[in-house]
Design a protein. Structure first.
Lengths: 77, 381
């Protein structure tokens, strides 16, 4: 999970610059990203972690923070 | 990047080209003047695998890879932008349901769309809301077992004939998407006519007055209607348009090569006049550049690359401007003939203008592409 978090942080750092992003920072609530980012995030998670994000996974709480995304990936493994 | 087509892709490309030459191009002018696609053509398109081009075989689709699908879009776009638009719409809705629909929605609709038994349409735009999709006014009231829709959609491609609509609205203030069948109570449509281009798109206005659909028709979850459901569809639409614009450009270049090789002025063929050569050279270079952008975007989409959505925007932005520029020069080269309603190049010019507006205007694309550039190249200084 630690490695997964590092990969997610690296991905996010390309979109969210000049910001001290913590593992529990709410990236959606803070207005840090836009709609196209959300699509790129889905593509990133699906490709890098070989998972499929489906209808039932569409809960903001799955993607809100680095911690949430890492936990979500674990559930899909 | 390897852009060599496989033997199968070359065979498919040849078959697409033959189909377009024989079945589409001879009738494209009539589609334009009559502002409709004949029912028998729609049946043929489904039979050719166009309606379910990207769907898996288990749903009756052709399971095309994105490059093959691009080649199909180029060829259809070369023949008739309205026909390509028909195919685009079917695949936009079908793939969006495949990705974000429930199992029941997939089982009920994907086979029907692939076979042509059901025609699908995408209903986002409203009279007062185009680019600013976040502020659509259509409302979805959730009363537990049903969803009650009130609102008005406009400029909906295939709205006159579609059996199924993927409709966007707000549920509890959150952007959401629902499926609406043509016979739903409270649903009406009004045909639209007289557009500048892509005139056989059979556009309609849609009216929802306490239109009631089952709760099971919700696609995705409340709040996820535009992202990811709507953008999944728009991304596929932009990919189709980008390749379709390459087709428009190729059609215009082909027409110009023929015209300038057979028409003489001042005692010499037009092709030997240097100002004509300048236009032909620019058309050729821009067309090749646009096609390469499409290949790159298609490869990235096929690989699930996170930047595919942006490279598709780059391709759509470039090729739509390219198609308009090439078609404009093609009319110029054809002179008075090119201004005739019988001329294909004037139709291509009108169609190309629409491509700079639909599925995101050029200006919206520029804003997003600039943002992409600042992100991609921020580490270079």
């Amino acid at each position: 999970m630690i490695e997964n978090k590092a990969m997610i942080r690296t991905f996010l750092s390309r979109y969210i610059r000049n910001y001290d992003l913590k593992d529990d920072t709410d990236i959606f609530g803070g207005g840090l990203v836009n709609s196209l980012f959300a699509m790129q995030l889905i593509a990133f998670l699906e490709k890098e972690f070989a998972i499929t994000i489906e209808n039932r996974d569409l809960k903001l709480d799955n993607f809100r923070t680095v911690n949430a995304m890492a936990a979500f990936i674990e559930t899909k493994a | 990047m390897n852009i060599q087509l496989s033997e199968q892709q070359k065979k498919d490309q040849y078959a697409f080209r033959e189909f377009v030459n024989n079945e589409i191009i001879p009738n494209a002018g009539r589609h334009d003047s009559e502002e409709r696609l004949p029912e028998e053509l729609i049946v043929k398109l489904a039979g050719q695998g166009c309606s379910g081009a990207l769907l898996p075989e288990k749903y009756g689709g052709r399971a095309m890879d994105y490059i093959t699908y691009g080649l199909l879009n180029e060829e259809l776009g070369r023949g008739c932008a309205s026909v390509r638009g028909f195919m685009m719409m079917q695949n936009m809705v079908a793939l969006t349901l495949l990705k974000w629909g429930t199992e029941e929605q997939k089982e009920r609709w994907l086979g029907k769309i692939a076979s042509g038994e059901a025609i699908a349409a995408f209903a986002l735009t409203e009279p007062e809301t185009g680019s600013d999709a976040m502020h659509i006014e259509t409302s979805f009231a959730d009363n537990g077992s049903t969803i009650i829709i009130n609102g008005h959609k406009k400029w909906i491609t295939l709205g006159q004939i579609a059996d199924l609509f993927l409709v966007f609205g707000k549920m509890r203030g959150k952007l959401s998407a629902v499926l609406v069948e043509k016979g739903a109570p409270g649903f009406k449509r009004t045909p639209m006519a007289g557009l500048l281009g892509v005139r056989a798109s059979m556009l309609a206005e849609l009216h929802f007055e306490n239109c009631t659909v089952p709760q099971e028709n919700l696609v995705g979850r409340p709040g996820f209607g535009f992202v990811p459901v709507g953008i999944t569809a728009l991304n596929l639409g932009r990919y189709s348009i980008a390749w379709g614009c390459v087709g428009i450009g190729q059609a215009c270049l082909d027409a110009c090569i023929e015209h300038t090789s057979t028409r003489k002025q001042f005692g010499d063929y037009l092709k030997n006049h240097q100002l004509i050569q300048e236009m032909i050279a620019n058309m050729t270079v821009n067309l090749k550049a646009g096609r390469l952008l499409c290949y790159q975007a298609g490869r990235m989409q096929e690989e699930g690359d996170q930047n595919a959505i942006m490279e598709i925007m780059v391709a759509k932005y470039y090729t739509s401007k390219m198609a308009f520029s090439i078609a404009n020069d093609a009319v110029q080269i054809h002179g008075a003939t090119g201004c005739s309603s019988n001329s294909a190049v004037q139709r291509h010019l009108r169609d190309a203008k629409i491509m700079e507006i639909i599925e995101g205007t050029s200006q919206i694309h520029q804003i997003k592409i600039a943002d992409y550039a600042y992100r991609e190249y921020a580490d270079r200084f």
